[in-house]
Design a protein around this ligand. Structure first.
Ligand code: MG
Length: 473
C-alpha cells in the first residue's frame, strides 16, 4: 500500500513537472513570438471605393470580411496627398517635409529625378530587420529609382516591382492630357516603358501591366509560403488603381463600375488569396494585415479615377478626400474587432509596429507617429489628437479632434479650384460635416485659436530636410 501511494505521488509529481516544463517553454515561445506585419497599400484608391466604405458598385468581399473580422478606421490619414511623400511618411514615421521627400517644385519623383529617400532616414523595414524580421517589398516604390535608393538598400531583403508610377516613361507622340481622352481600350501597356525590377535588376521592360496586380498578389503568396518561424514584414504596394488602368482577362468587364471597378476587384481578390495563404500556413493567428491607400482618388480622370465618397475633393489636395483613406486592420486573435472613428495615420504604423516587435523607436530624430497598439489590441481611445495636412512642403491645414482649419486651400493640379490664402482660416467640424461644406470659423474663434497656436508651435520647431525631389537630370 505504501509503495502504491509513493508511486502515485511520484506519478503526480511527474505530471506536474511535465506541466510546468510545457507551460514554461510555451510561455517563452509566446514571449518571443513577435507578430508578422503585412501592409497592403493601394495607389490612388479613394475613401469611397470599397464595399465596406459604402461603394454601391464595386464588390470587395474579401476586404469587407477583413473589416468585419478586424478594425475599420474611418478617420485614418495618409501622410500626404500624393505618392512619393505619402510613401516616405509611411516607411519612416516622419512627416515627409522632415526627410526632404516633400517638395512644392516637384510633388513626386520622376524617372529623371536625381535623388530619393536619403540613406540617413530609418525605415520601418530597417527597424524590423534589426529585430530579426525577414523583410520584403513588392510593387510600387517611388522613393528613388537609382540603385542606392531602392528597397534592398532601405532595409528590405528582397524587392519585386515597378520603382515608380505606372503612367511614367510614356512613349512620346501625343500630349499627356490629350492621351488620357482616349478610350480605355486604346491605352496599352506597351505605351509605358516602365521597368519591372527584381532586386536591383530590370527583368522586364516595358513591364506587362495587364496582369501586374495578379503577379504582385501571387508574389506575396509565394513569400508567405516561404516563411517559417522567423517573423516577417511584407510591404505590398500595388501600382493600381493609379492610371493607366489594367486588369487581367479574368476581371476585365466584370464589375459594374467599369475598368476602375475591375481593377479594385482584382486587388480585393489578391487580398483574399493572401489571407487564405496565411490561414493555410497557420500564420493567421500571429499576423497583422493593414490595408490602406497612399492618397485619395485622382478626380480629373473622371470615371478612370475613384471616388472619395462623401469627402470633399481628392488626390493632390488637403481637403479630406485627398488624405483620408479607407483603412482596415486584420489580425484574428490579436486585434479587438471594432469600428474606430478616432484619428490614425500611416505615420503611426512605424511606431506601432516597432512597439509590437519590441524594438526601439529612434531617439536621435523627431518621429511623428504615435503608438496605436492599445487601440488595435483593446479598442482603447487613440493617442493621436491632431493631423497636419501638407501640400508639397507647405502646411495648408490642420485637424485637432473633430475640427479642421484650412489656412490655404487649392484644388488638384490646377483644376477644381485655385490657390486661396485665407486671412480668416476656414473651420469645419469634420465629424459633423465630413464633406467640409459649412464653414463655422465665425462661430468658434476659440477653436480656431487653439489650432492656429498648435500650427505656430509646429512650424516654429520644424527643421526641413533638403528637398530631394527638386533636382532632375
Ligand atoms: Mg498615389
Amino acid at each position: 500500500m505504501r509503495n502504491y501511494l509513493f508511486s502515485m505521488l511520484s506519478f503526480k509529481f511527474l505530471i506536474l513537472a511535465c506541466f510546468l516544463f510545457v507551460t514554461t517553454v510555451y510561455g517563452q515561445e509566446e514571449d518571443n513570438n513577435s507578430p508578422n506585419f503585412i501592409i497592403i497599400f493601394a495607389d490612388d484608391l479613394g475613401y469611397g471605393d470599397l464595399g465596406v466604405f459604402g461603394n454601391p458598385s464595386i464588390k470587395t468581399p474579401h476586404l469587407d470580411k477583413m473589416s468585419f473580422e478586424g478594425q475599420k478606421w474611418t478617420n485614418f490619414y495618409a501622410a500626404a496627398s500624393v505618392c512619393t511623400p505619402s510613401r516616405a511618411g509611411l516607411l519612416t514615421g516622419r512627416l515627409p517635409v522632415r526627410s526632404g521627400m516633400a517638395s512644392s517644385t516637384n510633388r513626386v519623383l520622376f524617372p529623371n529625378s536625381k535623388n530619393g529617400l536619403p540613406a540617413s532616414e530609418i525605415t520601418l523595414a530597417e527597424q524590423l530587420k534589426e529585430a530579426g524580421y525577414t523583410t520584403a517589398a513588392i510593387g510600387k516604390w517611388h522613393l528613388g529609382h537609382k540603385e542606392e535608393f531602392l528597397p534592398t538598400n532601405h532595409g528590405f531583403d528582397t524587392y519585386f516591382g515597378i520603382p515608380y508610377s505606372n503612367d511614367m516613361d510614356r512613349l512620346q507622340g501625343e500630349a499627356y492630357k490629350g492621351y488620357w481622352k482616349r478610350p480605355n481600350d486604346s491605352i496599352k501597356t506597351e505605351h509605358f516603358n516602365v521597368p519591372l525590377l527584381r532586386g536591383t535588376e530590370i527583368v522586364e521592360r516595358p513591364a506587362n501591366q495587364n496582369n501586374i496586380t495578379k503577379r504582385y498578389s501571387d508574389e506575396a503568396v509565394t513569400f508567405i509560403n516561404q516563411q517559417d518561424e522567423t517573423p516577417f514584414f511584407l510591404y505590398l504596394a500595388h501600382n493600381l488603381p493609379h492610371i493607366p488602368l489594367f486588369a487581367s482577362e479574368e476581371f476585365k468587364g466584370k464589375s459594374k463600375r467599369g475598368l476602375y471597378g475591375d481593377v479594385v476587384e482584382e486587388i480585393d481578390n489578391g487580398v483574399g488569396k493572401i489571407l487564405d495563404a496565411l490561414k493555410e500556413k497557420g500564420l493567421a493567428e500571429n499576423t497583422i494585415v493593414v490595408f490602406t491607400s497612399d492618397n485619395g482618388p485622382w478626380l480629373p480622370f473622371k470615371n478612370n479615377g475613384g471616388t472619395a465618397g462623401l469627402l470633399r475633393a481628392g488626390k493632390g489636395t488637403t481637403w479630406e478626400g485627398g488624405m483620408r483613406v479607407p483603412t482596415l486592420f486584420w489580425g484574428p486573435s490579436i486585434l479587438a474587432p471594432a469600428v474606430i472613428s478616432d484619428l490614425g495615420s500611416t505615420l503611426d504604423l512605424f511606431t506601432t509596429f516597432c512597439t509590437m516587435a519590441n524594438t526601439n523607436i529612434p531617439t536621435d530624430r523627431i518621429i511623428d507617429g504615435v503608438d496605436l497598439t492599445d487601440v488595435l489590441l483593446e479598442g482603447k481611445p487613440s493617442p493621436r489628437k491632431s493631423v497636419f495636412y501638407y501640400r508639397g512642403s507647405e502646411l495648408f491645414a490642420a485637424r485637432v479632434g473633430d475640427y479642421k482649419a484650412h489656412f490655404i486651400s487649392q484644388g488638384a493640379y490646377g483644376e477644381l479650384g485655385e490657390r486661396v490664402q485665407h486671412d480668416l482660416p476656414l473651420l469645419f467640424n469634420v465629424a459633423f460635416d465630413a464633406s467640409e461644406r459649412f464653414d463655422i470659423a465665425d462661430a468658434h474663434p476659440e477653436i480656431l485659436k487653439e489650432i492656429t497656436e498648435l500650427v505656430f508651435k509646429h512650424k516654429s520647431k520644424l527643421v526641413r530636410g533638403k528637398d530631394q525631389l527638386v533636382e532632375r537630370e
